[in-house]
Design a protein around this ligand. Sequence first.
Ligand SMILES: O=C(O)[C@H](O)[C@@H](O)[C@H](O)[C@H](O)COP(=O)(O)O
Length: 254
Amino acid sequence: MATADKNKNVHVFESEEALSVSLAKYAADLSEKFAKQKGSFTVVLTGGSLIKSLRKLVEAPYIDSIDWSKWHVLWADERVVPKNHPDSNYLLAYDAFLSKVPIPSGNVYAINDALPAEAAADDYETCVKHLVHNGIISVSEATGFPRFDLMLLGMGPDGHVASLFPGHPLVQEKKKWITFIKESPKPPPQRITFTFPVINSSANIALVVAGAGKAHPVHVTLGNGEDSHVLPVQMVLPEGELTWFLDKDAASKL
Ligand SMILES: O=C(O)[C@H](O)[C@@H](O)[C@H](O)[C@H](O)COP(=O)(O)O
């Protein structure tokens, strides 16, 4: 099943397997488009089950057809732990994805894991500013915030995206590009995260959501479900295109 409104597409798949096949084609098509258009493709990852859903990208035909040298990889959120810690989003992505594709190591921008949360957020913002300055990351004409080519977001069962949690003041941040949280309700507690102005300046966002545990926030966002909070996922309203990749369990209340 697929439905589309202006700037928003919703795809529902029979299984997470079918979802991952379609997600790989979607990412490969955007990679080709942006590599041609601007000579680089900026891709933002999160942690969680999203990374497993990227598994078809490291298989034929995409492993050979994608021009991996154009990819620049960043994280919408990262846990403040060493890069070799089992909680690290970098390690998760490295083991399951980045170590299997020929993206130049200099194009993979992990956070500085030697710094505490606040300094790590500032340092990562400086890294993004540098990539804007040298033209790798575009800038939104409308907002002046960085405009990533593709942001791949998961969503928690409570409707959080990146490390922006329901009811937390960080969801209202309007100025900073990247900020930090020290009391994340999802462990580990210390994280850095992109803010909504950056998320919503993206050219493309994929919301990748599988499993019955996610059916409630999907129902609230895409159907007529209700919650006592405005869910962060409801605030994902990019300037560019939003595409939902749902499996049938996540879409079961629609
Ligand atoms: O570091 C993190 O915790 C993630 O970046 C987080 O935002 C994740 O994407 C969602 O919590 C969904 O995770 P699951 O898909 O594993 O539920």
